[in-house]
Ligand binder design. Structure first.
Ligand code: FAD
Length: 531
């Protein structure tokens, strides 16, 4: 009874706010009533994201779906209504700039229950279903990658391509790309999907793959949520390694560092024993950073003094590599690592090695999260900037940004690692630079005005603008990863030669621009422009 009242209230708000002429009982009849919530805890949680940059954008209601059909019914109602209301899927809300928010519509909370009275019916989305023979797993679009891992490990299997942090949703990372140190070898997560179930902006539920509705399949992967809500993904698996040898080595010379990174990713076609499984790296410009939350690895047993390593221009570079293995092959791991390290040109005394279970390696950032949470340093603004930089310009980027604009205080980790473009399917909606090799540069900063280790939000936001301006003026044609733009022209430029198809498919699959309006690519249509 209480749920019905809450729902009626939610729908009345929809009617008042957007002039929806739908009778509230019509939505009640859709059979999704138990999943719509206006509980203040739900609404508040759905109005914020990890970035904490946009200010609260409360939705009119939050839906907790238990099935693809629930999602389809809601979107169909939005599509069919006279004035329309927007619908935004929200994974775990780890966006930076409000991409999963919508102020004038319903947030579909795909990952678990975020608040109070949400899942009143007790129905839940389907659990992961592993197909051991076929080596794939079917998962709900809101499943967190950590839970995908847990369920596949029960069969001795695991996905091949990861993100550094596993408390992200499958639908959320597949809407971007999903990258980590395995991407040079296996491609991003969007290159490791066999099939999707998607609810389009018309409320139709489609299954798509290479063979079936293939245009939709490729559009949705990296599609920023614009064409449909992913309710199921079929993800490719491999036998799960048991342990990981995790190594960090330091460089003072940037071109030696990038030459070694590029050499390591060029080994992608080699047999497993002759390449690393993971290649990343990061930039160190201040003493604080080398022992910071992402590099706790070095401390407390191994504290490193940057000054003792004679950084070039005040900057050091850390190559981070890992090799997976099974306990049955433990006898050869030392030898394999040794022969790969021999080919690299790092500072000789700077090898830091550790060994751990595969799960602990994959889940490493979560440990750092728990530490930051305990100090109240997790829920702070995150003006992150993620860029794909073409290989031919990475040295210019180093000179201008790492050795220039950043100064000697970065306010958070700065990742840098190369990827092979041929591991990305050009038919997906993801956008990358036009070169065979490009780098991710991820400036993962926290804004805290404590005057010691971090800068203020205003300072970092201005610095991000300065970096983008510098790239523009220096002819460094970067592409934003997890892009954020506010004007139509910027989006057209971002997609470049993919824009025409992106636009055409948007008109086909979400003609009223109902979905993922928080990305600010298309403006939702109202009655006047729709009829
Ligand atoms: P949300 O933020 O909830 O949603 C993101 C977008 O996808 C929104 O537009 C939303 O509407 C849409 N969306 C969500 N679910 C669906 C769905 N089922 N169907 C269709 N559209 C949907 N990214 C990497 O690639 N590699 C990393 O190593 C990495 N590390 C990270 C570490 C941290 C601590 C954080 C906060 C983020 C990291 N990210 C990384 C970024 C992450 O991939 C994005 O934030 C991504 O959006 C996933 O987060 P989410 O599941 O919370 O999605």
């Amino acid at each position: 009874m209480a749920t019905k009242l809450l729902l009626t209230f939610a729908i009345c708000r929809l009617i008042v706010t957007v002039g929806l002429t739908l009778d509230p009982t019509e939505l009640l009849l859709l059979g999704v009533d138990a999943q719509l919530s206006v509980d203040p805890t739900d609404v508040k949680a759905a109005s914020l994201d990890f970035g904490l940059l946009t200010g609260a954008q409360p939705p009119l209601a939050v839906m907790h779906p238990a099935s693809s059909q629930d999602v389809a019914q809601l979107v169909k109602a939005a599509y069919g209504s006279n004035f329309g209301f927007t619908v935004s899927a929200r994974g775990h809300g780890h966006s930076i700039n409000g991409q999963a928010q919508t102020a004038n519509g319903v947030v579909v909370q795909m990952s678990g229950s975020i608040g109070g009275s949400g899942v009143a019916s007790g129905r839940k989305p389907p659990y992961p279903r592993v197909w051991p023979q076929e080596r794939f797993v079917d998962v709900w679009g809101g499943e967190l990658w950590i839970d995908v891992l847990r369920s596949t490990l029960q069969h001795g299997l695991a996905p091949k391509s990861w993100t550094d942090y596993l408390y992200l949703s499958v639908g959320g990372t597949l809407s971007n790309a999903g990258i980590s140190g395995q991407a040079f070898n296996h491609g991003p997560q969007i290159s490791n999907v066999h099939e999707l179930d998607v609810v389009t902006g018309k409320g139709e539920l489609l299954t798509c793959s290479e063979e079936q509705n293939s245009e939709m399949f490729h559009a949705v992967l990296g599609g920023l949520g614009q064409f449909g809500i992913i309710t199921r993904a079929r993800i490719s698996l491999e036998p799960a390694p048991q342990r990981v040898r995790w190594i960090r080595v330091l460089y003072s010379n940037f071109s030696t560092f990038t030459r070694d990174q590029e050499y390591l990713i060029s080994l992608h076609e080699q047999p497993a024993s002759q390449k690393f499984d993971y290649v990343e790296g990061f930039v160190i410009v201040d003493e604080g950073l080398i022992n910071n939350w992402r590099s706790s690895f070095f401390s407390p047993h191994n504290p490193v003094k940057i000054s003792s390593l004679e950084p070039n221009g005040g900057v050091l570079y850390c190559l981070e590599i890992a090799k997976n293995y099974h306990e049955s092959t433990a006898s050869t791991i030392d030898q394999e690592v040794e022969s790969l390290l021999k080919k690299l040109n790092f500072i000789p005394a700077s090898v830091f090695t550790t060994d751990m279970p595969y799960v602990d390696f994959l889940d490493r950032v979560h440990k750092a999260e728990l530490k930051l949470r305990s100090k109240g340093l997790w829920e702070v603004p995150h003006p992150w900037l993620n860029l794909f930089v073409p290989k031919s310009k990475i040295a210019d980027f180093d000179k201008g940004v790492f050795k220039g604009i950043l100064g000697n205080k970065t306010s958070g980790p700065i990742l840098i690692y190369p990827m092979n473009k041929n591991k990305w399917d050009h038919r997906s909606s993801a956008v990358t630079p036009d070169e065979d090799v490009f780098y991710l540069v991820a400036l993962l900063r926290s804004a805290l005005d404590n005057g010691e280790e971090t800068h203020s939000l205003e300072y970092l936001t201005n610095q991000n603008r300065q970096i983008l301006r510098f790239c523009d003026e220096a002819g460094i044609t970067v592409k934003q990863y997890l892009p954020h733009y506010t004007t139509h022209q910027e989006w057209v430029d971002h997609f470049g030669n993919k824009w025409d198809r992106f636009y055409r498919l948007k008109m086909e699959f979400d003609p009223r621009h109902i979905l993922a309006s928080g990305q600010q690519i298309f403006t939702p249509t109202n009655m006047a422009s729709w009829q």
